[in-house]
Design a protein around this ligand. Structure first.
Ligand code: C5P
Length: 237
């Protein structure tokens, strides 16, 4: 039976948040944002180990106490210039810390998606358990999509049928993911599934029906705060 590992790329700067502090460390529900996803991943009984990939110069991580996750968490200071490079560096460094087999599952999850909960993890792992390729959480596009020119004038309306917004976790076999990222590292890809797609595979989309949006703009943080509070009141793990 393959093992499950999580890898959290957290070496970005989050420039669109307009804040000096990298966004994974902005305070959300009294904790640095990254804490929330790390907690959910560490509390999953199926996940053997959680790797967090930080920038080699990260000055923030050590300001917090992570002792509650010490039996599950490994921190790797090997982030790269892009998200894909951070993931690839993390995947290369992980086996030095823990035995990882080629067919083990890797769940890559953005530090900037703090709303991940156990039911979403279970949904993804159950849906893909027997899949030969793997896949990702995603939501069907709800808005009408416009393609613009450089002056922000509409050039055309894109049909939204069969269009999805990719989320994370994205779950693939260790070796397949390393090989795919390695071959596509200069292709400007923004998620792991794109690398797998470029190899000719077709990752499965698993419809995520609960909140799991990425914190990108300041207003996202306000909404996430409200959702965490609501879930707390309803005792949702
Ligand atoms: O910038 P974006 O929101 O797409 O980043 C998604 C995730 O990838 C974040 O958790 C961010 O910290 C991470 N990342 C990284 N290394 C980079 C850029 C982004 O680990 N060089």
């Amino acid at each position: 039976m393959p093992n499950y590992f999580a890898l959290v790329p957290a070496a970005g700067y989050g420039s669109r948040m307009g804040n000096q502090l990298p966004k994974q460390y902005l305070i959300l529900a009294a904790k640095p944002m990254i804490y929330h996803a790390v907690k959910t991943l560490c509390q999953s009984h199926k996940i053997a180990r959680v790797f967090v990939v930080l920038s080699p110069q990260d000055p923030e991580w050590q300001k917090y106490d992570w002792a509650e996750f010490s039996n599950k968490l490994t921190v790797l200071y090997c982030g790269g210039e892009t998200r894909a490079q951070s993931v690839l560096n993390g995947l290369a460094a992980a086996p030095g810390q823990f035995t990882v087999e080629p067919d083990d599952w890797i769940l890559v999850h953005d530090a900037a998606r703090p709303l991940l909960i156990q039911s979403q993890l279970t949904l993804l792992m159950d849906a893909l358990a027997d899949d030969t390729v793997g896949g990702l959480l995603a939501v069907p596009v709800a808005d009408t999509l416009k393609r613009s020119d450089a002056n922000k004038c509409v050039r055309r309306t894109e049909p939204r049928e069969h269009l999805w917004q990719a989320q994370t976790p994205q779950m693939f076999r260790y070796k397949m993911l390393v090989d795919a990222l390695d071959k596509t590292i200069n292709m400007n890809i923004t998620d792991d599934a794109s690398a797998i797609e470029a190899m000719g595979f077709h990752p499965r989309l698993v419809h995520c029906k609960d909140y799991n949006f990425k914190i990108t703009y300041p207003q996202d943080l306000e909404l996430a705060e409200l959702i965490i509070q609501k879930r707390k009141n309803q005792c949702i793990p």
